[in-house]
Write a protein that binds this ligand. Structure first.
Ligand code: AMP
Ligand code: TRP
Length: 348
């Protein structure tokens, strides 16, 4: 990959950017790995920009009506989880053309070899790699554009996005080197907390995902209290009671996952949870976890449902967010055109 820049990094004001794809309903994994932490960042008083990345979603086929619905539902989830559109910028990607424009420039910076190493592409393409869209391959370069169009310095994401953020750093470094500028910040991934990787309830070695064919494998943010409790009660576990130290969870992926979920929902560390439940059977731990999950998620689900009654209001919020996002990104992308040597002639 690219050599680090020789010139010292100019200082960049801290700014947070993150995105979620509207490619299906959101899961507990999205909530704990992303949304909940997005709200914490907003509440720390840093400038926060959050995006429903609809252009990323269409790298695999999306039914147009469903895409619209899922984009609104995702925005409703942000709002219900505590994102305040007065304090954070909340919008959908396709309303700000700077993303696509910078994405193209970055397609010309990123190297085929870098892109070929992206494990998410390999996982998603599988044996079908000749027949997936070109967009799916270029996806991480658009993601770099999402972030760098705002010169964002910090990106909260789940563990699965780490490699894409390393690519974003490489693209920023290569752009700065190639053009002899100190224009883009080298972003810091913010991957923290007990649940940066929430696993499937059916298989503790697989990530909980909205695209898993089994609905039992995940908790959806639209599940009602009964469904949540049932899914947790039926979650795969082993016959042993909970150990008295984290070490004892090492080869027990399902048990470890449930402990991590409990910790993240309660706002505790996994160590604390193990201390409280050392020796407990799943017959005790699962109902406690189900109660906690319902207590934390039900208010969000109810608020999402309320917001979804008024799609015009959601669209209005996304439109306002897009205008504010555009005001930041437009001048940055115009400067990129200048740096790259594109003529920007006055229109008469
Ligand atoms: P996606 O749903 O793939 O667009 O992901 C949106 C955000 O949620 C990203 O920050 C992901 O890292 C995060 N995320 C998705 N699934 C999980 C999971 N199972 N555990 C933790 N974070 C997740
Ligand atoms: N690739 C991310 C995912 O699948 C979503 C995403 C797109 C994103 N652009 C982003 C996340 C910019 C953080 C910053 O989860």
């Amino acid at each position: 990959m690219a050599e680090p820049v020789q010139t010292p990094q100019a200082s960049f004001a801290p700014r947070i950017f993150s995105g979620i794809q509207p490619s299906g309903g959101l899961t507990l994994g999205n909530y704990l790995g992303a949304l909940k932490r997005f709200v914490e960042k907003q509440d720390e008083g840093i400038e926060t920009i959050y995006c429903m990345v609809d252009m990323h979603a269409i790298t695999v086929w999306q039914d147009p009506a469903k895409l619209r619905q899922q984009t609104r539902e995702g925005a409703a989830a942000f709002l219900a989880a505590g994102i305040d559109p007065a304090r954070s910028i909340l919008f959908n990607q396709s309303q700000v053309s700077a993303h696509a424009e910078l994405g193209w420039i970055f397609n010309c910076i990123a190297r085929m070899g870098w892109m070929s190493r992206m494990t998410q592409f390999k996982d998603k393409a599988g044996k079908n790699s000749e027949n997936v869209s070109l967009g799916l391959f270029a996806y991480p370069s658009l993601m770099a554009a999402d972030i760098l169009a705002y010169k964002a310095t910090h990106v909260p994401v789940g563990e699965d996005q780490k490699q894409h953020l390393e690519l974003t750093r490489d693209i920023a470094i290569k752009f700065n080197n190639d053009y002899g500028v100190n224009f883009f910040p080298v972003v810091e991934p913010v991957i923290e907390g007990a649940a940066t990787r929430v696993m499937s309830l059916r298989d503790g070695t697989k990530k909980m995902s909205k695209s898993d064919p089994s609905d039992q494998s995940r908790i959806n943010l639209t599940d009602d209290a009964d469904t949540i409790a049932k899914k947790i009660r039926k979650a795969k576990t082993d016959p042993e009671p909970l150990p008295d130290s984290l070490d004892g969870l090492k080869d027990r992926p399902e048990a470890r996952n449930l402990v991590n979920i409990y910790a993240a929902l309660a706002g505790h560390t996994a160590e604390q949870v193990i201390r409280d439940y050392a020796g407990a059977q799943f017959g005790t731990f699962k109902p406690a976890l189900a109660d906690l999950a319902v207590a934390k998620l039900e208010p969000i689900t109810l608020e999402m449902n309320r917001l979804m009654q008024d799609p015009a209001e959601i669209d209005r919020i996304l439109g306002q967010g897009a205008a504010r996002a555009e005001a930041i990104a437009r001048p940055i992308v115009d400067q990129v055109y200048d740096i790259v040597g594109m003529i920007r002639a006055p229109r008469t």
